[in-house]
Design a protein around this ligand. Sequence first.
Ligand SMILES: [Fe+2]
Length: 228
Amino acid sequence: MDSILPTKTICDFLTPSEIKYLVDLIMSDPCVQEVFAEDTNTHCVSKRYYPNSTNHKIIANYLVDRLESHDIFPSIDSIWILEAFIPFPIHNDVLHVIPDSSQSRYYTLILPIEEVEAKTIICKQTADSEYIDDYMKVGQPIEESQRFTQDFWEKNLSHCPINQRQYVSHEFTFDWALGSLLAFDRRRFHVSSNFLTNGISSKKALVSFTNVCNKNLEKTLTVPNQTP
Ligand SMILES: [Fe+2]
């Protein structure tokens, strides 16, 4: 298994006017996908607004240029505006198709496009399958001292089954802020805070799944030769 990428955050990655530029590109001709709760098929839990292919290329190039100046070297797989109406459960982002077998999964990018009291919480655990339930079938419970505290769970993760607490530990909490960027390895389990408990009915962010060409992956992971 490749080395797990370090989680990164970049404050003020984009200015409000840059965000407006990118959001306007997407919303000028969006392809809208509604995601429904599996149990009802009628309750919309989130919407995704995808740019058309022309605007996808413009946005991807814009982001890649900016990311490379922060030592992140992605090929942009998909980009969309996420509008979430319920908090996502614990999952990772490995399942999305990689169109080119010469590439590997790389970072998930989350860039809030509004000021909202929400968090994305990153776990230390990683897996090559998406679902925490599958991970729990093969993984061992971790020691109490390494788990999320009961207090943290009740404040932030009350939408997640409590038995999951035995299997995950806290790596990082990203407080959503307009224009700040969160980048984490797509294999890392992560979860939304239960923003509904803050009286918030939805949240919006620009989201991207990225891959990396194998040669670029080597570039980002190879430790420079230290010998003089
Ligand atoms: Fe995700």
